[in-house]
Design a protein around this ligand. Structure first.
Ligand code: AMP
Length: 218
């Protein structure tokens, strides 16, 4: 599981980790954005919260996570969670859902607020595949995604007001989650302020150092 402020690089790193280890990447934010783009009732309701920078109510998000976790062989095969849990209720609920298949590792991607503010102000995201770019690091061709050819745009919730609200909520709601995993003894910190490649290298070193080849898990 990756924890960290908005703009800490959770999405980018989680997707690379999933590819590297051949496991699933479960991102509640991506799922909710896709549902909003598809115009489903859940997506439209969620969007009204997301655009303000508020958390989507637990009753909507919990169902999404259950469905995602239980699809295919995800619980048995492994997954990296990105964007969930975001408050204590979700952390406790996840514990109940996973039962014996408890989480192996929760990583706090630590990035100073001034760095995330710069990253978010210039962040541009592919509307189709979610690949992340920045004004300082645009796609090769005129805001067309290098990966899938989709249109690369600013997220609706990357406005100054919504960003401030999300940072406030992070302090109030998500910091206690970090404490929750510290107590559970599975918390690690990685400096997320470095270049993407370097952060990824540290994450892989961390995961590999905990991997037990006898059990095939961490
Ligand atoms: P993210 O892509 O992770 O930054 O999430 C974007 C937005 O989706 C958040 O600001 C929330 O509005 C909503 N969201 C994502 N995950 C959750 C969650 N676990 N609980 C509540 N809201 C969430």
């Amino acid at each position: 599981m990756l924890l960290g402020k908005q703009g800490a690089g959770k999405g980018t790193q989680a997707s690379r980790l999933a590819e590297h280890y051949g496991i699933h990447h479960l991102a509640t934010g991506d799922f909710l954005r896709d549902a909003a783009a598809a115009g489903t009732p859940l997506g439209l309701e969620a969007k009204s919260y997301m655009d303000k920078g508020s958390l989507v109510p637990d009753e909507l998000v919990d169902g999404v996570v259950d469905e995602q976790l239980h699809a295919d062989d995800r619980l048995a095969h492994g997954f990296v969670l990105d964007g969930y849990p975001r408050n204590r209720h979700q952390a406790e609920r996840l514990d109940e859902t996973l039962g014996a298949e408890r989480l192996d590792l929760a990583v706090d991607l630590d990035v100073p607020t001034e760095v995330v503010l710069h990253r978010i102000a210039g962040r541009r995201v592919c509307t189709q595949c979610g690949a992340v770019y920045h004004l300082d690091n645009p796609p090769e061709k005129d805001w067309t995604c290098d990966v899938c050819g989709g249109s690369v745009e600013q997220r609706d919730d990357d406005t100054a007001d919504a960003v401030m609200r999300r940072l406030e909520l992070y302090e109030m709601e998500t910091l206690p989650v970090i404490q929750f995993y510290r107590r559970a003894g599975i918390l690690a910190h990685v400096d997320g302020g470095a270049e993407t490649e370097e952060v990824f290298k540290h994450l892989v070193e961390l995961v590999d150092s905990r991997f037990d080849p006898r059990t095939g898990s961490l």
